[in-house]
Design a protein around this ligand. Structure first.
Ligand SMILES: [Zn+2]
Length: 450
């Protein structure tokens, strides 16, 4: 058993952090949580605390990155100066895919997931669609790329939900995949399901979920096949939704309804489903999402980078939609930046402040994200939950003088000093214990951008 003594810890249902919290962990789980204030010490006094590991600063539960495409990290700083939009960026993204194979993707994803660990992320949802070799020819093991991502997360020390993505067409009206997109496709949803059924993630750190790339990439009559696969396994189901107005327009033209309406018609929405982005929903769409308790994963730093727009986050939450966060294209990997953007983007839109409480931002970054990825026993500092502890310093140039609840508006990823995942220390003194993250990022990105 390990005893941790947190200077501050953010406990469930609390509006702000609690000072002097004793957290006991054993076999990867939190076994007890004891606030010591106001007396400052339990009855047994010094003896109980003598062997406790001090956690100076604020300790948060493990943070979840609910939407990732690991290889997009190779584009950071390479596409940001130019003109264009989501669609022109996508062409540059496709160019990187031509360099990726199971070995180079393992190296890149390992470095990216380790970068996430440094930022306090203990679990990632990998929305994975780069399945096959050049031209769409399957590898000898047709799930070799999936296996590489699972192994990468193991090396980096974080949990992973592999959201195996069905990607069949290039447009809402069913244009066939062409060029680099052919590596994404399985032909039809039944063959997608057969391939995924043959894959078992290696390791207790990983679980399998499903994804529909978007209404652009899965024909309407095949949506239920993917949704049914996830439903039968009680697995999370994710889908890109209304990231672009063009997607809404095309869907209305072909199907006479919005993408959200189409997903509802085909049984895709529900408590196990997470819509990614939902930047351009109608009021009726918000009702469909809220009534079905479908989650939404917001990716504000990507949405700003790609000039996508601002999703109606507060209206979604008010409609009953659980919100989670993702770094998506990895223009930035910083859960603090992602979380405060949810509030700050609302301010820009409404010219008013104060839409989300700090506790709501924490929930989106932790428990809601874990739940969206199928890990319902993580993301809270509570007895019985997984022993994930993320400690943020309160004495850096960014955080000195800040009240602990203010970290969401003041801290950045480099303020994370220690990360514990499933009871194991992964990051100490701001350093990943097994991966030289900057070096491995540089090497692996050079390999795929030559
Ligand atoms: Zn995405």
């Amino acid at each position: 058993m390990t005893r941790w003594l947190a200077e501050y810890a953010w406990l469930p249902e609390q509006a702000e952090p609690t000072p002097d919290v004793l957290i006991e962990t054993a076999e990867g789980r939190i076994s007890a949580v004891t606030p010591l204030a106001p007396s400052g010490r339990p009855d047994a006094g010094v003896d109980v605390l003598a062997d406790a590991v001090r956690l100076p600063g604020l300790t948060l539960p493990g943070l979840a990155n609910a939407h990732s495409h690991a290889f997009h990290r190779a584009l950071r700083g390479r596409t940001h100066g130019g003109r264009g939009d989501f669609w022109s960026w996508r062409e540059q993204m496709y160019a990187v895919t031509t360099r990726l194979d199971p070995d180079s993707y393992l190296a890149l994803a390992r470095a990216v997931y380790a970068e996430m660990a440094l930022a306090g992320i203990t679990c990632v949802g990998e929305f994975h669609y780069l399945h096959h070799g050049p031209g769409g020819t399957p590898y000898d093991d047709p799930n070799a790329m999936s296996a590489a991502l699972v192994e990468a997360a193991a090396h980096a020390g974080i949990r992973l939900t592999l959201l195996d993505t069905c990607y069949l067409t290039a447009s809402v009206d069913g244009q066939p995949l062409a060029g680099p997109q052919r590596r994404f496709g399985d032909g039809d949803a039944l063959r997608w399901a057969d391939r995924v059924a043959a894959f078992t993630p290696d390791g207790a750190h990983a679980r399998l979920g499903a994804a529909i790339h978007s209404v652009r990439a899965v024909p309407a009559e095949q949506l239920a096949t993917v949704a049914g696969w996830a439903d039968r396994r009680d697995a999370p189901l994710h889908v890109h939704l209304s990231e672009q107005p063009a997607e809404n327009d095309a869907c209305r033209a072909v199907h006479g309804r919005t993408p959200t309406g189409l997903l509802a018609d085909h049984g895709v929405l529900g408590r196990s489903t997470t819509a990614v982005h939902a930047t351009h929903p109608t009021s009726a769409d918000l009702n469909l999402l809220g009534e079905s308790r479908t989650g939404v994963c917001l990716c504000p730093t990507t949405e700003r980078d790609l000039a996508d727009g601002i999703g109606p986050a507060r209206r979604m939450a008010d409609a009953g939609v659980p919100l989670s966060l993702g770094s998506d294209s990895h223009a930035v990997i910083d859960p603090f930046e992602e979380a405060r953007a949810v509030e700050l983007d609302e301010r820009l839109r409404t010219r008013r402040r104060g839409h989300f409480t700090p506790a709501e931002l924490l929930t989106a970054a932790s428990a809601a994200g874990h739940a969206a990825l199928g890990w319902t026993d993580a993301g809270r500092i509570a007895a019985g939950d997984r022993a994930d502890l993320v400690t943020v310093r309160l004495d850096s140039v960014r955080t000195a003088g800040v009240t602990p609840a203010g970290v969401w508006f003041a801290a950045s990823a480099p303020d994370v000093t220690q990360v514990v995942v499933d009871g194991r220390v992964l990051v100490r003194d701001g350093q990943h214990l097994t991966v030289d993250v900057p070096q491995e990022l540089a090497t692996s990105i050079a390999e795929v951008t030559r």
